[in-house]
Structures are given as C-alpha cells and as structure tokens.
Design a protein around this ligand. Structure first.
Ligand code: SF4
Length: 122
C-alpha cells in the first residue's frame, strides 16, 4: 500500500474507458516518482473552477453529444500532465495545481482544457 489516495484516484478513472482495475492504478502510480505536490489553489477557487468547467461540459454535451474523450486522447493528455512540463502536476493528490481539478475526471471529459494550454478540449 502506498501513500496515494487510491479510492479517490480509482473513482476518478472509473469515468474513463481506460480503467482496467486496481493493477492499472498501481502501475500508473509506481511510474510517478518522486512525489510531486505543488500547492493547490484555495478551496473557493477550486469550487469556482469546478462549477465553470461543469458548465462547459454541459454546453459541449448539448452541442456535440460528446461527454468523454477516446482512450487515445485520454492517454495523450495524461502523458502531458505526468511529464510535469508545467510544474503544476500534483501526483500526491492526482490534481492540477493550477486549477485544483482532479485529473482523472478532468482528463476524461471532452470539454476540459489545460488552464496553461498544454492540451485543449477535443
Ligand atoms: S492540466 Fe495542464 S497545468 Fe494542469 S497538470 Fe496538466 S498540463 Fe499541467
């Protein structure tokens, strides 16, 4: 058992077609070393960002009928975040320290975008 919040991460990636069980979660987390934990924004900011992104998800869904990204797109996005090119990847909380969103959910939703423009909505 490691220090990561497995239930939280597992719950997030359940929305993604990539999810193949606990072993996949273990494999993914073991690749992320050392632990990166830049500070997340305050709760109020995270809540505002979350509600804004849910609005975008709703509009995108109404317009395109698309909720989740295909597996290939999800993998491309997660590789960018994991590379920590932005220095905002919080591997301890599996969150983006720029917007405070949980990455499992954020990366799987078609309407999501990177707040620093490293990847865009599909
Ligand atoms: S969403 Fe963007 S800013 Fe956030 S961790 Fe991923 S690449 Fe970095």
């Amino acid at each position: 058992m490691n220090k990561y919040s497995k239930p939280s991460y597992g719950t997030c990636i359940l929305v993604c077609e990539n999810y193949k069980g606990e072993q996949q979660v273990e494999d993914f987390l073991s690749e992320i070393k050392p632990i990166q934990s830049p500070k997340l924004p305050p709760l109020k900011t995270r809540f505002e960002n979350f509600t804004r992104s849910m609005g975008r998800v709703y509009i995108h869904l109404k317009k395109t009928g698309e909720l989740l990204v295909p597996r290939k797109k999800f993998n491309e996005r997660i590789e960018i975040c994991k590379s920590n090119i932005c220095k905002k990847f919080n591997s301890k909380r599996m969150s983006c320290a720029e917007c405070g969103c949980k990455l499992g959910r954020k990366l799987a939703l078609a309407a999501s975008n990177c707040p620093l423009d490293y990847w865009k909505e599909s």
